[in-house]
Structures are given as structure tokens and as C-alpha cells.
Design a protein. Structure first.
Length: 153
């Protein structure tokens, strides 16, 4: 899955516990603090930028995952840029984290493999390999080995 590194994966697994306690992806993302808060009083509805209900560590983990994903994966980056134009970078980061949290819920609750990041208005399919720029030395070496193994006709 794009952006989910070992530390983030272990954080998610440790903080979730049993995934079956969340009957839907909507409830899971709410628990992860990835939905906007609201304040209703006197028949008026107001939205807060941050929701204080749920697990703050999952919010941090999915936001960090979102940063890594939109930095290295073009499909996620296209979606991030689309949301950024409309709502700003902080909201866009949370929206990308929310989409990744939905993917995690589907993978864990339905015991499915990762099928790729796709969203309405963005290129569908699995994300391409991240560019070598911005990766660690070992990852760059592996990327170069993959490029060396490609034969051109």
C-alpha cells in the first residue's frame, strides 16, 4: 500500500485491535479522526476543522502515510493536487489519509489484497513505482537494479 511503512503499519495494527468492531469504513475513518467535527446548537450546524473524538495516534499515522504516498506515488499525488486546489493542503492531506484508511479497512475486514489507489477523477489502477528521487540509498540501489534488468528491443 502506498506510504504505509513498517512503523505506520505496526501503529495501525496496535491501535485498531480487532477490525470487526467497525462495521463500516465510515465508522473506521471516524474512529481515526479523519472526518470533520461538527457543532450543532440552536438549529445551526457548524463544522470544526479537527474532530477530538477517536484515536489521535491513528490520525497521525494516516496523515504521515498520506504525506509519503503523495510524495512518491503519481496517482495519489494527482488526487492530492485535485483536492488541494479546492480545499488547501491541510485538508487535502487529511482526505488522502481518509482514503488510505478506507483501503486499510477493506483489506483487513474483507481479507483482501491491495488492489491499487483509484479515485473518481484520477487515473485508475495500481500506482507506478516511486521515483528514485527522495528515496534512501538502499531503495535507489534497488530501483537502479530494476532499471538495469529491463531489456530494450
Amino acid at each position: 500500500m502506498p506510504g504505509l511503512v513498517k512503523v505506520g503499519a505496526w501503529t495501525v495494527v496496535a491501535e485498531i485491535g480487532d477490525i470487526t468492531r467497525f462495521p463500516s469504513a465510515k465508522q473506521f475513518t471516524s474512529y481515526c479522526r479523519l472526518v470533520p467535527g461538527s457543532k450543532d446548537s440552536g438549529g445551526k450546524h457548524r463544522h470544526r476543522s479537527k474532530n477530538k473524538d477517536g484515536n489521535r495516534y491513528l490520525r497521525i499515522a494516516f496523515n504521515q502515510t498520506a504525506i509519503i504516498a503523495y510524495t512518491h506515488y503519481p496517482v495519489v499525488k494527482a488526487f492530492y493536487k485535485k483536492v488541494t486546489r479546492r480545499s488547501g493542503k491541510h485538508v487535502a492531506r487529511t482526505v488522502v489519509g481518509k482514503e488510505l484508511a478506507k483501503i486499510v479497512w477493506h483489506m483487513l475486514s474483507k481479507d483482501e489484497e491491495y488492489k491499487g489507489f483509484s479515485h473518481k477523477g484520477c487515473t485508475k489502477g495500481t500506482p507506478s513505482e516511486p521515483s528514485a528521487k527522495g528515496l534512501g540509498r538502499q531503495s535507489r540501489v534497488e530501483a537502479n537494479r530494476k532499471m538495469d534488468s529491463i531489456t530494450y528491443v
